[in-house]
Design a binder for this molecule. Structure first.
Ligand SMILES: [Zn+2]
Length: 113
């Protein structure tokens, strides 16, 4: 009877460990998928010397038009799209701003100023 009890508690312990391994595996897989998302982007320097992460050309499709994400948020593992107007990229989450203006245009603006 003792042996049976010992075997049973050993079995419970194994089932518990097995369950933990499954959960750990799921957690790691989710982390990997999240990381893989960032592999589609490359660092891009704006003419003003600021940085954004832009979708690589290979991944541009009709459903996935060219866009950039925030390099600071990426360091935190966060996927944050940057909105763009005529002169800046702006992260909606951390408010990081990357100046962007084709050099010709900014020279033009400087001459007028
Ligand atoms: Zn950000």
């Amino acid at each position: 009877m003792d042996k049976l009890t010992t075997a049973q508690s050993g079995l419970f312990e194994m089932q518990h460990q097995y369950q933990q391994l499954i959960e750990e595996n799921q957690r790691l897989q989710q982390a990997l998928e999240k990381e893989a998302r960032f592999d589609r982007y490359r660092k891009e320097e704006t003419p003003q010397g600021d940085w954004v992460l832009s979708l690589k050309e290979d991944f541009v499709t009709p459903d996935e038009p060219p866009h950039s994400i925030c390099p600071l948020c990426r360091e935190e593992g966060r996927y944050s799209l940057m909105s763009r107007n005529s002169s800046t990229y702006r992260c909606g989450f951390c408010k990081y701003v990357a100046k962007y203006a084709p050099s010709g245009i900014s020279d033009e603006v400087l001459r007028k100023a």
